[in-house]
Design a protein around this ligand. Structure first.
Ligand code: AMP
Length: 509
């Protein structure tokens, strides 16, 4: 029987059960033989729990190798894996379970009592999976059942168009939507990333990202598996642990905040990081300044790429060739990308800012049970409207200037926050900034700069310094100072939080 994604992910290391897969911080080593056996155990348990092909398995658990095996076991049993952010509250979980109607819901043992009524309401069987501590300690009901299950499983047949996963978008602008990802979506992207980033069986990836998100789960783990590489699988990003394990790694995937935190540590140097083959960054914009500072300290040029839950990875800076700071590189093989007028959908010439649209085998099959929403986000010729604003320069490099929803329209003029942020960031004493639009009685919206500084700064001095650098309508009407910018777990600045917090700042005009 063939199962498009599972077969491909496990084919490179097939016949080599002793090949190393993951080194764990508790000292355990997982081989590819263990991947086969443990994913079979989970697949057996899920089948025993009544999972039918196409059924969803919703999972809100701490990061662990067993949670990763549950992903594989689900795909192997013909199911649809649905990971949920560990930060979601029971009320939020109730929405996801009510929407996705999973057959099984797996949660952390500590949250079982709270979440059992939520699962019951949605008609899902509840099981628990915690972090492994010792052979004598139970890691939850699902883990206990898996230990008692057989380590052989006849993989359920699934084709390229069948669903392998549903990932809910972060939903900062309304209801969170379930992006349906097919076997082909995930497999095609894993193959492309393996080739584009030159992953081979001699690689060891330092894995510190969460695995409820596309970056840590698919970009990292699928690419490792399809190339038969190994990884060091850590529970989270912790600077101490990173420096401990870096000597054994060849590559690392991170979000920009990982790199700024490493840069703040004196241990970062050519000696500690110079041996690495590849550092990649994505999920949020990497400041060109961070790129340059990282190169100055380590000799390494971070490779920035761009993707999203719905599309997997769309673009990447080149492995060989110039990795251009402040850009996200070129469309990946198989991905068509164009810049369109957000209103008319007309393709714009190179150099003009518009909405980024993409098409390719990486692009998802639509939003779960939202046919109208799905239809409204695709053009008639099949291009997906990402909602990101960007441009393609004369050399073909793509740059992102922000999300469409973050665009500020003041007095009828469009202000791209990124341009104002770059101008503010250049000022002395500024660490970073976020530019937002808030209601303004005359202009509809007014520009506000939210700044993190490394010494006391005067608002008037900053506003004055921006006068010559930006057209008048782009100049912030107010600049406010904060200790830090609110960020989600993937390092994205939460502009919606800032817009709410400063909503009445310009109420007087
Ligand atoms: P998510 O669906 O959580 O992966 O978020 C996807 C969004 O993250 C994209 O639509 C972009 O707005 C943003 N994003 C991802 N990678 C980058 C990048 N390299 N630079 C700027 N924004 C990015």
């Amino acid at each position: 029987m063939t199962n498009t994604l599972f077969d491909a992910l496990t084919s490179t290391a097939a016949g080599e059960p002793d090949r190393r897969f993951a080194l764990l911080p508790d000292g355990r080593h997982y081989t590819y033989g263990d991947v086969d056996k443990v994913s079979a155990r989970f697949a057996n348990v899920l089948t025993w729990l009544g999972l039918q092909p196409g059924d969803r398995v919703a999972v809100q658990v701490e990061k662990s190798i067993e949670a990763l095996m549950l992903y594989l076991g689900t795909v192997r049993a013909g199911g649809v894996f649905l990971p949920l952010n560990t930060a979601y509250t029971p009320a939020e979980i109730a929405y996801f379970l009510g929407d996705a109607k999973p057959r099984v819901f797996v949660c952390d043992p500590k949250k079982r009592d709270q979440l059992a009524p939520v699962a019951r309401e949605a008609g899902a069987a509840i099981e628990t999976l915690g972090v492994w501590q010792s052979p004598e300690t139970s890691a939850g009901s699902l883990s206990d059942k898996a230990l008692a299950a057989k380590e052989q499983f006849e993989t359920v047949a699934r084709g390229p168009d069948d669903l392998a996963a549903i990932l809910y978008t972060s939903g900062t602008t309304g209801r969170s939507k379930g992006a349906m990802l097919t076997h082909e979506n995930l497999l095609s992207n894993a193959e492309v990333l393996k080739d584009s980033w030159r992953f081979t069986e001699s690689d060891t990836l330092l894995h510190t990202l969460p695995i409820f998100h596309t970056h840590g789960l698919f970009v990292a783990c699928n690419t490792v598996m399809i190339s038969g590489s190994g990884m060091i699988f850590l529970p989270k990003f912790d600077v101490e642990e990173v420096f401990k394990y870096l000597p054994q790694a060849t590559s690392m995937m991170g979000v920009p905040t990982f790199y700024t935190r490493l840069l703040a540590d004196d241990r970062l140097s050519r000696e500690t990081a110079g041996h690495m083959r590849l550092f990649t960054s994505g999920s949020a914009p990497l400041l060109a300044e961070t790129h340059r500072a990282f190169e100055a300290k380590t000799g390494q040029r971070i490779l920035e790429r761009y993707g999203m839950t719905e599309t997997n990875m769309n673009t990447s800076n080149p492995y060989e060739g110039e990795r251009r700071a402040g850009t996200v590189g070129f469309p990946l093989p198989g991905v068509s990308l164009r810049i369109a007028d957000p209103e008319t959908g007309e393709t714009l010439p190179d150099g003009e800012i518009g909405v980024i649209e993409v098409k390719g085998p990486n692009v998802f099959a639509g939003y779960w049970q939202m046919p109208e929403k799905t239809a409204s986000e695709f053009r008639p010729d099949g291009f997906f409207i990402t909602g990101d604003l960007g441009l393609v320069d004369a050399d073909g490099y793509v740059s992102i200037v922000g999300r469409g929803k973050d665009l500020v329209i003041t007095g009828g003029f469009n202000v791209y926050p990124k341009e104002v942020e770059l101008a503010i960031d250049e000022l002395d004493g500024v660490v970073e900034s976020a530019v937002i639009g808030v209601p303004h009685p005359d202009f509809g919206e007014g520009v506000v700069g939210v700044v993190v500084a490394n010494r006391p700064l005067e608002e008037a001095a900053l506003t004055a310094a921006l006068k010559d650098r930006l057209a008048r309508f782009k100049q912030p009407k107010r600049i406010v100072f904060v200790d830090e910018l609110p960020r989600n777990t993937m390092g994205k600045v939460q502009k919606n939080v800032l817009r709410e917090r400063f909503a009445s700042l310009l109420a007087e005009g």
